[in-house]
Design a protein around this ligand. Structure first.
Ligand code: HEC
Ligand code: HEC
Length: 328
C-alpha cells in the first residue's frame, strides 16, 4: 500500500510538468469535435499504480462509438452491450457460456482453471499468473485503464498469444469462429460485461508518423519527464529504482518490460507499444499515459523505446507490419 502511494507520488511528480497542459491538449486533439463530458469511469477493483488524473480520463472522448464487434461479418455471438434488456442479456449470457465452455475446458482450463479463476493445475508452474477472468480485469485493451476490454481485444490476445509468457498463440490451432466463441465465453465469466453501462470508449490509433532521429530524441526526453525510468530504468533495461519492489494485483512480483528484449507481450509492432502506453496494463503497475501524452508524443515515445530494441533476429524479418508471422 505504502509502496503504491510512493510509486504514484513519484510517477506523478515526474510527470506533473506536463500534466496539466497536456491533459487539456490531448483531449482536444483526440476529440476533434467538441469534447463531451467524460463518461463515468466505473471504479476499477484495486487499481494498481495509476496516476489519478489518468484514471479519470476516457481514452477517446467519443462516447457513442459503435462496438466494432457487433458489426463484424463473422458471427459475434451474444456480444453484450447490444442494448438488450436484462432478461435478454441473461439469455445471451447463458447461450454464450454453453457454446464456449467445451472449447474452454479443452484448451484453456489447464492454466486458467475450470471456473476461469486462474487456478488451473498448470498455473502454479507459470512465472506470470494466468488471468482470473471472473474479475473482468484485463491487461490488453483498447479501452481506458480499469475498464472492460472489447470483444475484439480478447480475440486479439487469444489469436496472437502473449509473447514471452506461457500464453500461446491460438490462431494456428483454432478457427476465427472458435476464437470468437472463446472470447464470448470469457466474457460470461464476469458480471462486469453484463451491465447497463454504455460500452467504454475505444482507443483510436492514428497513423504512425516517421520514426526519424528527431522523433526518437523527443521520445527520449519525454521518457525521462514522464517518470518511465523509475520503473523501466534510465537505459530501459527494466531495472528502475523501484522495479524490484513491484507487484501486480494478484500479489506476484512483476518486472517492468526490458525494451532491449525483442518480445513485448503486446506484440512487436509499433501499434502494440502505442496501445500499451495509451491504456496501460490494468492489474499491473504499468500506468495509462493517455491523458499525459498527446498522440504525437506517444508515437515519439514508441519510437524511442523501439530504438532500444536488440538488433533484429532472423524471426523479426518474417513479421509483417502488424507483427504477424508471414509464413504459415
Ligand atoms: C500454458 C498455459 C496457458 C494456456 C493453456 C492458456 N493460457 Fe491464457 N494466459 C496464460 C498466462 C500465463 C497469461 C497471463 C500472461 C500475462 O498477463 O503476462 C494468460 C493470459 C490470457 C489472456 C489475457 C487477458 C488480459 O488481457 O489480461 C487471455 C484473454 C487468455 N489468456 C485467454 C486464453 C484462452 C481463451 C485460452 C484457451 C484457448 C488460454 N488462454 C490458454 C496462460 C495460458
Ligand atoms: C510504476 C511503474 C511503471 C512506470 C512509471 C512505467 N511503466 Fe511501463 N511497465 C511497467 C510494468 C510493471 C510493465 C509490465 C506489465 C506486464 O507485464 O503486463 C510495463 C510494461 C510496459 C510496456 C509493455 C511491454 C510489453 O510487454 O508489451 C511498455 C511498452 C511500457 N511499459 C512503456 C512504458 C513507458 C513508455 C513509460 C513512461 C511513459 C512507462 N512504461 C512507465 C511499469 C511501469
Amino acid at each position: 500500500m505504502q509502496m503504491q502511494a510512493l510509486v504514484s507520488a513519484i510517477t506523478i511528480a515526474m510527470g506533473c510538468q506536463l500534466l496539466l497542459p497536456h491533459a487539456a491538449v490531448a483531449q482536444g486533439a483526440d476529440a476533434g469535435a467538441p469534447t463531451p463530458a467524460a463518461p463515468s469511469t466505473p471504479v476499477a477493483p484495486r487499481e494498481s499504480v495509476q496516476p489519478q488524473p489518468v484514471q479519470a480520463q476516457p481514452v477517446q472522448a467519443q462516447p457513442a462509438l459503435p462496438r466494432p464487434e457487433v458489426a463484424l461479418p463473422t458471427p459475434a455471438p451474444d456480444s453484450p452491450h447490444q442494448g438488450a434488456g436484462a432478461p435478454q442479456r441473461a439469455q445471451q449470457r447463458a447461450l454464450a457460456a454453453e457454446r464456449g465452455r467445451p472449447l474452454y475446458l479443452k484448451y484453456c482450463a489447464t492454466c486458467h482453471g475450470r471456473d476461469g479463476d486462474g487456478h488451473g493445475p498448470s498455473a502454479a508452474a507459470l512465472e506470470v499468473a494466468p488471468l482470473d477472468f471472473t474479475r473482468g480485469v484485463y491487461k490488453f485493451r483498447t479501452t481506458p485503464a480499469g475498464m472492460i476490454p472489447t470483444q475484439r481485444d480478447i480475440e486479439r490476445t487469444i489469436r496472437l498469444g502473449l509473447v514471452g509468457t506461457r500464453m500461446p498463440p491460438w490462431s494456428k490451432l483454432l478457427s476465427p469462429a472458435e476464437i470468437t466463441l472463446l472470447a464470448g465465453y470469457l466474457m460470461t465469466l464476469s458480471d462486469r460485461f453484463w451491465t447497463d453501462e454504455p460500452p467504454p470508449p475505444v482507443l483510436e490509433i492514428p497513423a504512425e508518423p516517421r520514426a526519424d532521429a528527431a522523433s526518437i530524441a523527443r521520445g527520449q526526453a519525454l521518457f525521462g519527464r514522464m517518470g518511465c525510468p523509475v520503473c523501466h530504468g534510465t537505459q530501459g533495461h527494466g531495472d528502475g529504482m523501484i522495479a524490484a519492489a513491484l507487484r501486480d494485483d494478484w500479489g506476484k512480483p512483476i518486472r517492468p518490460f526490458d525494451f532491449h528484449s525483442a518480445s513485448p507481450k503486446g506484440g512487436p509492432a509499433a501499434r502494440g507499444y502505442y496501445r500499451t502506453i495509451s491504456t496501460g496494463h490494468t492489474g499491473t503497475p504499468m500506468p495509462s499515459f493517455v491523458a499525459l501524452l498527446k498522440p504525437d508524443e506517444r508515437w515519439d515515445v514508441v519510437h524511442y523505446v523501439m530504438s532500444l530494441r536488440a538488433p533484429r533476429g532472423v524471426l523479426d524479418y518474417l513479421l509483417d507490419p502488424a507483427g504477424r508471422m508471414t509464413i504459415p
